[in-house]
Design a protein around this ligand. Structure first.
Ligand code: C2E
Ligand code: MG
Ligand code: MG
Length: 761
């Protein structure tokens, strides 16, 4: 710094044309009070001059000057070369006060070219100064090299220097802002897609704040406030909380909006929520990202008081992208929820349950853990009786009870409409105690509903096939428990698996027997009227002999075929075969007896069942009056209206219909009235019980009475003794089928049987 005496000397030397004016002195005095600013906040002004005194005078004149709210920092170079070295690698020089004549008469102009072209510094403003007016550059140079001003040194009074510098700095600031905005726009375009990558709200919050900070070019004090996960279903009103925070707000991350202690921050966020739009205020701004499916998100940013309009617009443009990104994440979260959770109970679904189970198997190997499937007994009936809303409430209540029983570390999932999957560590009462949650009745809409369940369990252990295999085993255990009745449970055992495997093998063999047309045969069991000793009919009963001669009983393979749906094909084969056999017997001259054919529920479910029957009758030419379809009550119960319609159609073709195994199963006497039956077949269980002592109040007697009152014919099944036959005859049952008369036999044998007895027909 020059001394005051030396300074006045310099001033007198007319480097500046006039001595400091009062204006400048005032300016300098004002500045005494100015707070010192950090270097990075100051405007950098480079003085390039080969005259040291000019440097000193400039420094003196600009000492503590403030332009556009910021102080100045002078840098000095004493030759064009030195300036070039200094400028290399710097992009923060706002203004260059450049002497034209230095080492050469045009060294300054040469440096201008270097600055603009070689160093690529386009933003820095350049003010040329020269002592000699004759060295003024060409206008074209001023234009081409973007020179702000050209002044002779004598022209630059103190005041003039300040105003010229102020204009140059303003221009520099605008150029910088323009460039920043252009970069911002490029950034918005380039990075827009990145906002669509996050799949969780938390990741999105981080990315959003990172983008805002990159856009504004500096670290931010910012808060992203969004829906905090409270385990609710999508669409639920959720709490708001801080999902991401940077800078001075860092510590608020994870807090709910209600917990926030920073009053201005709270005010800003609540203002944004109330306004549902962007708000700019003293502390900064609150950017509202919208409301999607009841969820809202907003960002609070702390900004300098004087935010440039263009910066503001840029933020608003970024917000358009942020809004779309936010919507995207919400939609993704919803999709994710519906793919992996049950919206009613909010429990994981089967897929998610299996994933979680696999994770657990990987980490803990599951020691001490049990996997259970809990199946609610007759839930669908309950649903139909009480209405679906009550059914829903019931499931929710079951969920709560199960969760309370197994504790928070357990996995509870809804693996089917009426079945729950649970993976937990049972207490000393064992896994079976899970069924205790069903001991007390459930109260739904002021109804007290007793409910029962069954369970299948398996020990959780690493197995090949992982969670899927474990769930399969629990299911297998459950199906065994179901056979035992309500409130029963079973643990998986290896034997269960063996049974299943042999069932699967049996089914495959049955399928190929059917397709190859080998091994399946119809046997016929005679039905007689003992009074007249007449054959009145027979029942067609399927027989399956495996290739190596082993007979498989229908009681074994029919339920299996029913379970898998193969019974439809089998039923078609049986019906066609029976019809063809009747035609063959007719040709042999046998009497025209009736043939009973068993029909399964699955066949009635086929939409073209009746037309298939009609087709076979037509193609074989059999008389429909010879055919009697046997259906069990459970078939009739399944979909009474549809079954009734089909039975009427069948009867209009001329067929007859018998209700088989009457008295056991569902025993809905009402079905006898509603459905167009011709005959009742008394189940052999009631015939077996018949003794002279019990015959007075036995079920068989009741059934016969009921059938007679409804005008139906009656056949007793499983008649094995003369006593049974006599008692049945006394009751009024005139037709019988059983080992007493004949076992099921093949078609030729039946023909021989009829001939041998030469029963009158
Ligand atoms: P179902 O329709 O009740 O057939 C009568 C069953 O009782 C036959 O058993 C028959 O052999 C047996 N039975 C007849 N008289 C006596 C007797 O005096 N004592 C004893 N203990 N049993 C007697 P089967 O042939 O083993 O058939 C069992 C069941 O398999 C049938 O019961 C029927 O439900 C089903 N079934 C048989 N063939 C077919 C078929 O072609 N289609 C369908 N859907 N089911 C069939
Ligand atoms: Mg039958
Ligand atoms: Mg029967």
């Amino acid at each position: 710094m020059p001394s005051a005496g030396r300074l006045s000397e310099i001033l007198q030397m007319n480097i500046y044309a006039s001595p400091p004016t009062e204006e400048l002195l005032e300016f300098l005095e004002d500045d005494e009070a100015a707070e010192p600013q950090s270097s990075c906040n100051k405007w950098k002004v480079l003085v390039v001059d080969d005259d040291a005194q000019v440097h000193q005078a400039t420094a003196f004149a600009l000492n503590r000057a403030t332009v556009c709210g910021r102080q100045l920092e002078l840098l000095h170079a004493y030759s064009a070369n030195e300036a070039r070295v200094l400028l290399e690698g710097r992009s923060d020089i706002a203004v260059i006060l450049l002497d034209v004549v230095m080492e050469r008469h045009d060294a300054g102009l040469g440096l201008v070219r270097v600055i603009r072209e070689d160093l690529g510094l386009a933003d820095a403003r350049i003010i040329l100064r020269t002592g000699q007016p004759g060295y003024a550059p060409e206008l074209s140079v001023i234009r081409d090299y973007d020179i702000n001003d050209y002044r002779t040194k004598s022209e630059l009074t103190h005041t003039r220097l300040i105003t010229t510098l102020t204009a140059a700095i303003r221009s520099y600031e605008q150029i910088c802002a323009m460039h920043a905005n252009r970069r911002g726009l490029e950034f918005l375009i380039e990075t827009g897609n990145q906002l669509f990558v996050p799949r969780s709200m938390r990741d999105f919050a981080d990315v959003a704040l990172k983008h805002l900070s990159t856009l504004l070019g500096h670290p931010l004090d910012a808060v992203f406030c969004g829906p905090i996960d409270q385990g609710g279903a999508p669409g639920d009103q959720e709490g708001l909380g801080v999902l991401a925070a940077t800078g001075r707000y860092c510590d608020f991350a994870g807090q709910s909006l209600d917990e926030l202690s920073d009053v201005p921050l709270c005010r800003s966020l609540r203002g944004g929520l109330a306004h549902q739009g962007h708000t700019f205020h003293g502390e900064g701004c609150c950017l509202y990202l919208g409301r999607v499916h009841g969820k809202e998100a907003l960002v609070h940013l702390k900004l300098p008081m004087s935010v440039h309009d263009q910066t503001r617009r840029m933020i608003e443009v970024l917000c358009v992208n942020l809004k779309v990104g936010f919507e995207n994440v919400i939609l993704f979260e919803r999709l994710n929820f519906f793919a992996y959770f049950d919206p009613l109970t909010r429990l994981p679904n089967r897929t998610r349950f299996l994933d979680s189970l696999d994770d657990r198997l990987k980490t803990s190997h599951g020691t001490g853990w049990t996997l259970g499937i809990i199946d609610i007994v007759r839930f669908s009936e309950l649903n139909d009786a009480l209405g679906h809303r009550s059914g829903d409430l019931l499931l929710v209540e079951v969920t709560h009870r199960l969760q309370a029983h197994v504790g928070p570390n357990a996995l509870v999932a809804r693996v089917a409409g009426d079945a729950f999957g649970i993976c937990w560590q049972p207490d000393e009462n064992g896994a079976r105690s899970i069924l205790d949650v069903f001991s007390a009745p459930f109260v739904v809409r002021s109804h007290s509903i007793p409910m029962r369940a069954r369970a299948g369990f398996v020990d959780v252990e690493p197995v090949s096939g992982g969670a899927v295999e474990l769930l399969k085993r629990a299911n297998l255990a459950l199906s065994h428990a179901k056979q035992e009745g309500d409130q029963h449970w079973r643990f998986f055992t290896r034997e269960m698996e063996a049974t299943t495997q042999s069932r699967v093998q049996l089914l495959n063999e049955l399928r190929s027997a059917l397709h190859l047309g080998e091994g399946l045969e119809l046997h016929y069991q005679p039905q007689v009227s003992p009074i007249g000793q007449q054959v009145v009919g027979c029942e067609a009963l399927i027989r399956w002999m495996k290739p190596h001669g082993e007979m498989v009983a229908p009681d074994v393979f029919i339920p299996l075929a029913e379970y898998t749906g193969l019974i439809v094909e089998i039923g078609d084969w049986v019906f066609a075969e029976a019809c063809q056999q009747i035609v063959r017997w007719d040709k042999e001259g046998l009497p025209h007896f009736r043939v009973g054919i068993n029909i399964s529920a699955a066949q009635f479910r086929e939409p073209d069942f009746v037309s298939k029957i009609a087709g076979v009758i037509e193609s074989t030419g059999v008389s429909p009056a010879r055919l009697e379809l046997e259906i069990t009550e459970s078939v009739a119960m399944e979909d009474p209206e549809s079954v009734a319609r089909q039975l009427r159609e069948l009867k209009s073709l001329g067929l007859r219909v018998a209700v088989d195994d009457f008295g056991c199963g569902f025993s809905s006497l009402g079905s006898l009235n509603r459905l167009p039956f011709d005959r009742v077949k008394i189940d052999r269980a009631f015939v077996r019980e018949l003794t002279p002592e019990t015959s007075q109040d036995c079920i068989a007697r009741m059934i016969v009475k009921l059938a007679k009152s409804l005008g139906l014919e009656v056949t007793a099944e499983g008649v094995e003794t003369e006593v049974q036959a006599r008692l049945l005859d006394e009751m009024g049952c005139k037709e019988m089928q059983g080992f007493l008369y004949g076992r099921p036999m093949n078609a030729d044998a039946l023909m021989g049987w009829i001939m041998a007895r030469s029963l009158p027909l």
